[in-house]
Design a protein around this ligand. Sequence first.
Ligand SMILES: Nc1ccn([C@@H]2O[C@H](COP(=O)(O)OP(=O)(O)OP(=O)(O)O)[C@@H](O)[C@H]2O)c(=O)n1
Ligand SMILES: C[C@](O)(CO)[C@H](O)COP(=O)(O)O
Length: 235
Amino acid sequence: MTEKITAVVPAAGVGSRMAADRPKQYLQIAGKTILEHTIDRLFCHPAIERVIIVISNSDPYFEALPLAHDPRITRVDGGAERADSVFAGLAAIDDEDSWVLVHDAARPCLQLADLDRLINAALQSESGAILAAPVRDTMKRGVVLAGDNQQGIRETVDRENLWHALTPQMFKVRQLRDSLRYALEKGAVITDEASALEFCGYVPQLVKGRADNLKVTQPEDLALAGFYLQQITKD
Ligand SMILES: Nc1ccn([C@@H]2O[C@H](COP(=O)(O)OP(=O)(O)OP(=O)(O)O)[C@@H](O)[C@H]2O)c(=O)n1
Ligand SMILES: C[C@](O)(CO)[C@H](O)COP(=O)(O)O
């Protein structure tokens, strides 16, 4: 593969659900921050030429990391929402005909085989591609019960063809930038890149990925991510 790909890593969140003493991307696993593990996983693939890391403009942690001095890495300021941060990262890419791969800083357990399959699928897709994991549990939609903050079951959601969207998600820069701009201008709720393309009528490809490509989100995820990373570095 000769394609050279720019990765955009949104890392400007505060990690509120983690309830830690710092944003979760700076929590340590095996002596390195989650952010460093994530960047290491991306650079394992030869097609990843450059990484744009999107950081909060009030972030006091990033500059202390060796990453901050890596010539392959560019820092840009993030925005209020993840989609704003991704849009800011895209602004740092000059060639609109090139490929961009967006990967959450909070997903440090990405495996090379999944990354390679996603890249190959996106290169052959008119509307890019995302890693996704099929839902494995029975899915319920809740309803807030009157009088307290308890939820009851409103319905069981058909899980046929239901997927967890993961990252990386890979698209042509122009297609993603134009879709994000349009969707955000129209006030669409955009929680991943694919939803912006969907809003514009595109059909990105779903590429089955490993369920252990977890997004560190809640306190119990940190130990699990540590276990998964140990498995990767052992292989
Ligand atoms: N304004 C934002 C919000 C989120 N992110 C990034 O998007 C990724 C996925 O978002 P999420 O897991 O929701 O992270 P947080 O927003 O930090 O978490 P929380 O919602 O618990 O605060 C994370 O790497 C996060 O740093 C970002 O770059 N800019
Ligand atoms: C992009 C994402 O990882 C896909 O599942 C997820 O939407 C990001 O987390 P958030 O909590 O929605 O910001």
